[in-house]
Design a protein around this ligand. Structure first.
Ligand code: AMP
Ligand code: FE
Ligand code: FE
Ligand code: ZN
Length: 291
């Protein structure tokens, strides 16, 4: 039965999830979700398949993407782009740039692992990834399968996370460029999981948010698997204060993040109103642009 619950943040095999786009959509339908956005890292390769599966399953679908922007370590600044036009040349330009950043970084990680006497090759990693977007979770899966670590988390802690033995950063877009490219691709830019900014206090969080709004940010992810009640409350207050769209999602990655289930974020469901507000805003943008 379809419910008023949705999920606006999840990953498929097109990036670092373990479910194909069709499988993610089927799971959404099984969970009774009435709308879904697929937000793979740096790619829209799964969008067409997911859209077709959503149509077959009778649930609403919104194209999405998640991109990492430059931000001081160990914090991360991720931006979600909702309603991006899969046919946009600007979007193609964006994903090509992001993929180049990965393609520069991944061989460095593999070379370092080989120096550490870990048996792993780029061919294996490419095979593990299946698609163009090769991420650290794919490398982590191989390390686990070969017995070098006992969990994905341990692979990150020991090798792949900042401070790990084989950590290398990838080139990222600056926040202004990332937001601009999302908007030029027809999308709405939303700050993903603000808790991962690891701000020291509320004032610092608000300052960062205000800067992003000045750059064109239009929404904030209030419900997320990393957000406890205090974070949800804080983000809703900020959304109201700055007239931002509110979004929410689980950040489902299949078995790459075993404790996250589709449609649930820290025990919360995500209301359909979030999806409807995004659609309304996208309609207004399209009307403005056509005038
Ligand atoms: P990459 O996109 O290749 O830089 O890898 C980043 C992805 O790795 C994130 O989107 C997460 O899915 C995953 N990730 C990052 N840190 C961790 C961690 N400590 N444990 C498990 N997964 C992680
Ligand atoms: Fe991921
Ligand atoms: Fe993220
Ligand atoms: Zn994500």
């Amino acid at each position: 039965m379809k419910t008023d619950c949705i999920d606006l943040h999840c990953h498929s095999t097109a990036s670092d999830g373990t479910f194909s786009p069709t499988q993610v959509v089927k799971l959404a339908a099984d969970r009774g979700l009435s709308a879904l956005s697929l937000t793979d890292h740096d790619t829209i390769a799964g969008i067409d398949e997911a859209a077709a599966a959503a149509q077959a399953a009778g649930i609403d679908f919104l194209p999405g993407i998640e991109i990492s922007a430059e931000f001081p370590h160990p914090a991360t600044l991720h931006l979600l782009g909702y309603g991006i036009d899969p046919k946009s040349a600007k979007l193609r330009n964006l994903t090509d740039t992001l993929l180049a950043g990965r393609d520069n970084r991944n061989p460095k990680i593999i070379a370092r692992l080989q120096e550490l006497n870990v048996s792993i090759t780029m061919d294996e990693v490419e095979q593990q990834a299946g698609g163009n977007v090769i991420g650290r979770p794919h490398i982590a899966a191989i390390l686990m399968r070969k017995g070098y670590v006992s969990s994905i988390k341990q692979a990150f802690d020991k090798y792949l996370a900042p401070g790990g033995l084989a950590y290398f950063d990838k080139e990222r877009l600056s926040p202004p460029l990332a937001i601009d490219m999302i908007r030029q691709s027809g999308g709405i830019a939303v700050l993903a999981h603000p808790s991962q900014l690891r701000t020291q206090n509320d004032a610092q969080l608000e300052t960062i948010l205000k800067n992003l709004i000045d750059l064109g940010l239009q929404g904030i992810e209030v419900i997320h698997s990393d957000h406890d009640q205090a974070w949800v409350t804080k983000c809703i207050a900020l959304a109201r204060r700055y007239n931002l769209l509110q979004t929410g999602g689980s950040d489902f990655h299949g078995t790459n993040k075993k404790d996250i289930d589709l449609g649930l974020a820290h025990g919360r469901t995500i209301p359909r109103e979030f999806y409807l507000a995004l659609i309304n805003r996208l309609c207004s943008i399209r009307i403005e642009n056509s005038q």
